[in-house]
Design a protein around this ligand. Structure first.
Ligand code: PLP
Length: 375
């Protein structure tokens, strides 16, 4: 059996090696390393894949979030609401810009922002909401957009984990005011270094963000505003151009592995499988179980002993991270996040999992629990 990994980028590369190698070599031969035609071509191809008016490539998914917030002209102290249960980048950029983060609980079944908690977190200072399409499916964008409309708020969709997912037939990241994504190697559409992109249908915001990514320059050496240096390089763009046409088949392969896991664990008394949101397709950036008998950490150790990696995404709620702990939160408002951090475990999930590997993972998980189930 091939060695199990959380993500098997090596096996994926072997299948597309010639195209990848040729595309990298072509960029080197062209010497158009920054802002070359490959970046523009990728931009056009992403615009058509996502059916969105503007794609702005940038350096990484964290910059994409920061640039999106910079474009919204928020003032220090303005509040941005996001989920307590997500990767830290989402909240980090809020603080970097001198804004105030307001964290809300997630739904226990989908791991996604809870719309009721969102509503009650809105104050007169709230200016934006960042729903995170965590683990590969979309937060409830109907409800979130409706709430945003009622309160005149911007919506920035963090689509780093859900590129290619659909919500009511629209692509994740194109439903709110702005969408952002990451091309970090392990993401569903990953390059071989850092990369990211921003999406919007708003012409004005797109123009502004194209300036911000490049030092606030709209005309060479005329700086109209404070920007950043956040560019996608041409080598990464050329790799992404090879992989974008494969994204749907990659997401299907992930879904097939998830279907296998679902069937294996659906009726187990100590395991809850991830709930799929009816309006969203799921592209399974992660396949995350909840272990309800308190033995999650022991399961992880057991699996590691068998050569099966498993990860805890995420072990600490953002509101309890040293960097973001304001002491202003009431734990009673976060029952789901506080439960999830003790129950979640993510199994290997990637495009190259074969039947033998999946079967071994299934048998190993079931073997662990057989020693605990009452006979
Ligand atoms: C990966 C990720 C990011 C950050 O992307 P980078 O390209 O690593 O900067 C932001 N938000 C979420 C939810 C992510 O998973």
């Amino acid at each position: 059996m091939r060695k199990l990994q959380m993500v098997d980028l090596g096996a994926q590369y072997q299948k597309i090696k010639k195209d990848i190698d040729d595309s990298i070599q072509a960029v080197i031969d062209s010497t158009a390393f920054i802002n070359g035609p490959e970046v523009k071509n990728l931009q056009n191809e992403l615009e058509s894949y996502l059916n969105v008016k503007h794609v702005i490539p940038c350096g990484n998914g964290t910059d994409a979030l920061q640039i999106a917030l910079m474009a919204l002209d928020l003032k220090p102290g303005d509040e941005v609401i996001t989920a307590d249960f997500t990767f830290a980048a989402t909240v980090e950029v809020i603080h970097l810009l001198g804004l105030k983060s307001v964290l809300v609980d997630v739904d226990y079944d989908t791991f996604l922002m809870d719309s009721e908690r969102l509503k009650s977190a809105i104050t007169p200072n709230t200016k934006a909401i960042i729903p995170v399409h965590l683990f590969g499916q979309c937060a409830n964008m109907d409800e979130i957009n409706q709430i945003a409309k009622e309160h005149n708020l911007y919506v920035v969709e963090d689509t780093a984990q859900a590129i290619g997912a659909d919500f009511n037939g629209e692509k994740a990241g194109t439903i709110g005011t702005i969408g952002t994504t990451s091309f970090f190697p392990s993401k569903n559409l990953g390059c071989y270094g850092d990369g990211g992109a921003i999406f919007t249908n708003d012409d004005k915001l797109a123009h502004k963000m194209r300036g911000i990514v490049n030092h606030g320059m709209y005309q060479r050496y005329y700086h109209d505003e404070i920007g950043v240096n956040s560019r996608l390089d041409s080598v990464q763009a050329s790799i992404l151009r090879v992989k974008l046409p494969l994204l749907n088949s990659y997401n299907n392969a992930r879904r097939q592995a998830a279907d296998f896991y679902d069937a294996a664990f659906a009726n187990h008394p100590s395991i809850l499988i991830p709930t799929r949101n009816a309006k969203s397709t799921h592209v399974f950036h992660q396949y995350t179980l909840r272990i309800t008998n308190g033995k999650r950490d022991e399961l992880r150790t057991f699996l590691e002993g068998k050569g099966i990696p498993a990860m805890i995404y995420y072990p600490v709620p953002l509101r309890k991270q040293k960097a973001y702990d304001t002491g202003n939160y009431n734990d009673a408002e976060f029952p789901n996040t506080d439960r999830l951090i003790n129950e979640v475990i993510s199994l290997p999930m990637h495009t190259e999992l074969d039947k033998e590997q999946l079967e071994f993972i299934k048998q190993s998980v079931l073997e662990f629990f057989s020693s605990y189930s009452p006979e």
